[in-house]
Design a protein around this ligand. Structure first.
Ligand code: 9MR
Length: 364
C-alpha cells in the first residue's frame, strides 16, 4: 500500500504512540519535552515555595551562562560556596580581601537575591598564616574577634544572616578539639581558645551587627543522634546564658541510602529548638559502597522521592522557623562531589526527576 493511501488516523495513532514513548523515556532521564509536564512545572522553585530556596555561587559561576540563568530563574537565596571563608577573605592576620565576596554579594542584591553569609569560623580551609600563627591566647582571641568584627562590619546591611561557627562538634556530640577515634579532623580554634570559643564567636558577631541573624551550622543531624542532641543542648545553654543565637543550619550532605525517617526526624527534632531552621547545604549523592558510572532510573527515582520528603517535611515546620532550603551546587556539573549526581539539574543543566520531586514537595 502506498503511504498516501493510508487513512490519516493511522498516522495520528503512530505519532501519538511515538510521542508517548519519548515522554516516558525523557522524563526518566529528567529531560522533559512533554508540554503537559512543562506546563505543570512552569513556575520556578522560588515562586512555588513559601520560603527562600537557595544555591551556592562562586566567581566561576559568572562564566557559566547556563548556571547563572538557573540562579536567576530558580533561586531566591545564595550562599558563597567558598568566597567568604577565611582562606578567601584574609590573606594575612590583619588584611582582608573582599573582591570575590563583594562581587557575588552585589550581584545577588542587584538581582533581588538574599545572600547568606558562610562562614566566619571553621576548623577547615585555614590559610597558611593561621596554621603557623604563634601567639598567646590573647593574640588568638584577637584574631578571632577581629575576623568576626571585620566581616560583620563590612557586610552590614547587605548580608543579614551568618553561619557564625561551622562544624564545631564531632559525630560523638563532643566539641571537636583534637583527632580522636570518632573525629578525624582537629580544630585549631578549640585548641587555642578553649571550650567556650563558640559562645564568644556569637557574642562578637552580635556586637558587630545586632541585626544579623546568627546560625550554628553543622552536618550529620540525620545520622548522629549524639550530635543532634549536643546541638540542642548547646542552644539551651546559650539561651540560659544570654548568648545570642537565632538559627541552626542542617547541611544535609546526604545519600539516597539515608531513610526518609532519618531525614524527617532530623528536621523535626532541630525545630524543637524554636530557632530558625536552614537546610543549608543540601545534596543527595548516589554512589556509596558501590560506584556507578551513570545513575540508573531507579537511583534517580529514589533521589526524587528523598527530595520530595525533605521539601514536604520542611514545609510542615512553622512558617516563622523556615529560613529556607539551600542546595550545595547548581547542577551536577558544579558539585563539590565529583563522579556523582547529587543535585536537581544534570550535567547539561536539564531538570532531573529530583527537581520534580522537590517541586511537588514544595507544592503539597
Ligand atoms: O564545596 C566547598 C568546596 O568547594 C571547598 O573546597 C571545601 C573546602 O573549603 O568546602 C566545601 O564546602 C563545604 C562547606 O563550606 C561546609 N560544609 C561542607 C561543605 C562540603 O565540604
Amino acid at each position: 500500500m502506498e503511504l498516501s493511501a493510508r487513512p490519516i488516523y493511522l498516522y495520528l495513532i503512530g505519532y501519538l504512540l511515538f510521542f508517548s514513548q519519548c515522554v516516558t523515556k525523557n522524563s526518566t532521564a529528567g529531560l522533559t519535552t512533554d508540554p503537559v509536564v512543562a506546563e505543570k512545572y512552569a513556575d520556578p522553585l522560588k515562586l512555588v515555595s513559601p520560603f527562600p530556596i537557595g544555591t551556592v555561587m562562586s566567581l566561576s559561576t559568572f562564566g557559566l551562562p547556563q548556571a547563572l540563568s538557573i540562579v536567576k530563574t530558580e533561586f531566591s537565596s545564595v550562599t558563597c560556596e567558598n568566597a567568604m571563608k577565611i582562606q578567601a577573605t584574609q590573606p594575612t592576620a590583619t588584611t582582608f580581601n573582599f573582591t570575590e565576596s563583594d562581587s557575588i554579594t552585589n550581584y545577588c542584591l542587584r538581582n533581588g537575591i538574599r545572600l547568606h553569609g558562610h562562614n566566619l569560623i571553621w576548623h577547615q580551609s585555614l590559610p597558611a598564616w593561621l596554621t603557623a600563627f604563634q601567639g598567646d591566647s590573647a593574640a588568638w582571641e584577637n584574631v578571632l574577634k577581629s575576623r568576626i568584627t571585620t566581616m560583620l562590619t563590612h557586610f552590614k546591611g547587605r548580608v543579614k544572616s551568618w553561619d557564625v561557627v561551622n562544624e564545631a562538634l564531632s559525630d560523638d556530640g563532643l566539641l571537636r578539639v583534637g583527632v580522636t577515634s570518632s573525629n578525624s579532623k582537629a580544630s585549631l580554634w578549640a585548641q587555642k581558645l578553649g571550650k567556650d570559643y563558640v559562645a564568644r564567636c556569637f557574642q562578637y558577631a552580635h556586637a558587630a551587627d545586632p541585626d544579623a541573624r546568627l546560625f550554628y551550622n553543622d552536618y550529620g543531624q540525620e545520622y548522629s543522634p549524639a550530635k543532634l542532641n549536643a546541638i540542642l543542648a548547646m542552644v539551651k545553654d546559650f539561651q540560659k546564658r544570654g548568648i545570642p543565637i537565632h538559627g541552626l543550619g542542617l547541611q544535609f550532605h546526604t545519600n539516597i541510602q539515608r531513610s526518609d525517617t532519618d531525614l524527617k526526624n532530623a528536621i523535626a527534632q532541630m525545630a524543637t529548638s524554636g530557632l530558625l531552621i536552614h537546610i543549608s547545604e543540601l545534596d543527595i549523592s548516589m554512589n556509596g559502597s558501590q560506584s556507578y558510572s551513570a545513575p540508573t532510573p531507579a537511583m534517580l527515582d529514589i533521589q526524587k522521592s528523598r527530595m520530595n520528603v525533605i521539601a514536604a517535611a520542611y514545609k510542615a515546620l512553622p512558617a516563622s522557623q523556615r529560613f529556607g532550603i539551600t542546595f550545595w551546587g547548581i547542577s551536577d556539573a558544579n558539585s563539590w562531589i565529583t563522579n556523582d549526581w547529587p543535585l536537581l539539574f544534570d550535567k547539561s543543566y536539564a531538570k532531573k526527576p529530583a527537581y520534580y520531586g522537590f517541586w511537588d514537595g514544595l507544592k503539597l
